[in-house]
Write a protein that binds this ligand. Structure first.
Ligand code: PEP
Ligand code: MG
Length: 578
């Protein structure tokens, strides 16, 4: 019987293959009493299982598989942290003693209690971390049952198989990738889950949040995974199958063509040079930047250095990370954004950001100004790294002039400290500001004249303009980059900055969306910063566009308030031969 299921697309591409069901450890565990004289031995059995899992994770950490994404090590560390935490490796020991029960039962009880605590958390990113706890517990249960704990050892693919799982840990995914699975399909997961992040980095077509795929699909059934639409088709009829085989082939041909554009200069048909830069999260991402053909980094999200750890990175550690990136870019621009934590990016070391409405709370520059010593440490590290390349500093989430004045005063203080200590830095390091709060976009003169450049953060600009939590699935359908209000703010920011002679870029997701490339070019944008994976496609559109031909379209688009008409205008603009 043929049927299709809809989930969330997390990694692009089309895969066609046979289902291989990933049999996971059941969390159904038996409960039995352990006589008092055997309790010590039961605790030892539990300890042995924990240390088996610890060895296994540490071993994987030492030999990170080739092709692992930069986040992989951090995910392993997170699982090790969960495993080593008293709540998981200590409390079950006490439960065994107090209740005279078996180790599996004690561990399961403790897991259930932790999960209910996670479920009470408002923040969706943190809530999703409960899956990491479950994955660690499953591994310990496996060790307790005496099953081989070698990750995914019994699952082999023939290069044609599609892995269907209820849930997958990032560690499992890495091993499955080595086993040549060509797509991942899971019941669990969300757009921000670690699984989604790893799938995206690996570039393996994946669909998550399918809810019942594991129960409904049988071993060996033929599946089409459409990683663009977030759809899977099980037992497709021959017509659909041949249609998808064609699409798959076209997709591969298209990818190959795009790869060849790597060294082509992004110039429009009328000869205007466009700057295509990359967004990165960690120094390890620089490899991807080089492969994409980007000519610099327009957004280095420094907060990723602060995540998945219990301490704060000191000045030396930060300096080394920033310097490494600056040196690797050999004179190309490296725009380091100061710490943007809070909202969907909370960090353990900053409990103050966990408020009722964190996106409107102590986030980004607001948090940094409330913790001047922490901010000064970062500013000093960035200044010191400025000598080793073309470093620019970017301030996130500005909304008032006072914030900018205070931030610039702290930057001056950091410079004074370094001068007194005889530590060199680049005195004229350019300083820019993110325009991602509507108030900033509407009152640009507050910032113009005080900053060297602007960068529009469309992800937050959309969130705050439309009052849509960008991390909340239930309102995701309302998150619309093509809302007339958003287009007005983006176009107005670009126009005003250009009139004032201040460089302006877009570094939100809009910059990497090929469906919006012509629109942004028409607004006057000449600098785009995006995930490196999107760069070739955007470049291809730039190469086929003539700027003067865009003018009448843009005039019409900016006067249109009917969403459907607006979308159809943009679609027609993209289809034009201009
Ligand atoms: C943005 O808001 O568009 C942006 C680039 O910043 P982030 O996605 O890190 O909030
Ligand atoms: Mg932002």
């Amino acid at each position: 019987m043929s049927f299709s299921m809809h989930g969330i697309a997390v990694a692009q591409g089309i895969a066609i293959g046979r289902a291989h069901l990933f049999l996971q450890t059941s969390l159904e565990v038996t409960h039995y009493a352990v006589p008092a004289e055997h309790l010590e031995a039961e605790i030892q059995r539990f300890d042995r299982a924990v240390s088996t899992v610890r060895d296994e994770l540490q071993e994987l950490e030492k030999h990170v598989p080739a092709g692992a994404p930069p986040e992989f090590a951090a995910f392993l560390q997170l699982h090790l942290m969960i495993l080593n935490d008293e709540t998981l490796s200590g409390i079950p020991r006490r439960l065994i003693l107090q209740q005279g029960c078996n180790a599996e039962w004690a561990l399961k009880q403790q897991m259930d209690s932790l999960i209910s605590q996670f479920e009470a958390i408002e923040d969706s990113y943190l809530r999703e971390r409960k899956e990491d706890v479950v994955q660690v517990v499953e591994r310990v249960l496996k060790a307790l049952s005496g099953q081989p704990t070698t990750l995914a050892a019994d699952h082999k693919a023939d290069g044609e198989s599609i892995l269907v799982a209820h849930d997958l840990s990032p560690a499992d995914m890495m091993v499955f990738k080595q086993h040549a699975f060509q797509a991942f399909v899971t019941d669990m997961g969300g757009a921000t889950s670690h699984m989604a992040i790893v799938a995206r980095s690996l570039g393996i077509p994946s669909v998550v949040a399918l809810h019942h795929a594991w129960a409904m699909i049988r071993e060996g059934e033929l599946i089409i995974v459409d990683g663009m639409a977030g759809v899977i088709i099980v037992n497709p009829d021959p017509l659909i199958l041949s249609e998808y085989r064609l699409r798959q082939e076209q997709w591969h041909i298209e990818r190959q063509k795009l790869k060849r554009l790597r060294t082509t200069r992004p110039t429009t048909l009328d000869g205007t040079d466009i700057s295509l830069l990359a967004n990165i999260e960690l120094p390890e991402d620089v490899d991807g930047v080089k492969k994409s053909g980007a000519t610099g980094i327009g957004l280095y999200r420094s907060e990723f250095l602060f995540m998945n750890r219990s301490d704060l990175p000191g000045e030396e550690e930060q300096f080394n990370a920033y310097r490494r990136v600056a040196e690797q870019l050999r004179g190309q621009v490296v725009t380091i954004r100061t710490l943007d934590i809070g909202a969907d990016k909370p960090i353990e070391q900053a409990p103050k950001v966990h408020t009722l409405n964190p996106a409107l709370g102590l986030r980004a520059i607001r948090y940094c100004l409330s913790e001047p010593r922490l901010f000064l440490t970062q500013l000093r590290a960035i200044l010191r790294a400025s000598r080793f390349g073309n470093v620019h500093l970017l301030l996130p989430m500005l909304s008032t002039g006072t914030e900018l004045t205070q931030a610039l005063a702290l930057l001056e203080q950091a410079k004074t400290e370094l001068r007194l200590e005889g530590i060199p830095f680049r005195e004229d390091m350019p300083v820019g500001g993110m325009i991602e709060v509507p108030a900033a976009a509407l009152a640009l003169p507050i910032f113009i004249g005080k900053l060297d450049f602007l960068s529009i953060g469309t992800n937050d600009l959309i969130q705050y303009t439309l009052a849509i939590d960008r991390a909340d699935d239930s309102v995701a359908h309302l998150y619309n980059p093509m809302h007339p209000a958003v287009l007005y703010l983006v176009a107005n920011t670009i126009r005003t900055a250009q009139k004032a002679g201040i460089p302006v870029a877009v570094c939100g997701e809009m910059a990497g969306n090929p469906a919006l490339t012509r629109l942004l070019l028409g607004f006057g944008l000449r600098e785009f910063s995006m995930h490196p994976a999107h760069l070739p496609e955007v470049k291809q559109i730039i190469l086929k566009t003539s700027l003067p031909d865009l003018k009448p379209w843009i005039r019409k688009i900016l006067q249109t308030y009917d969403t459907e008409r607006l979308e159809s205008l943009v679609l027609r603009l993209n289809q034009q031969n201009c």
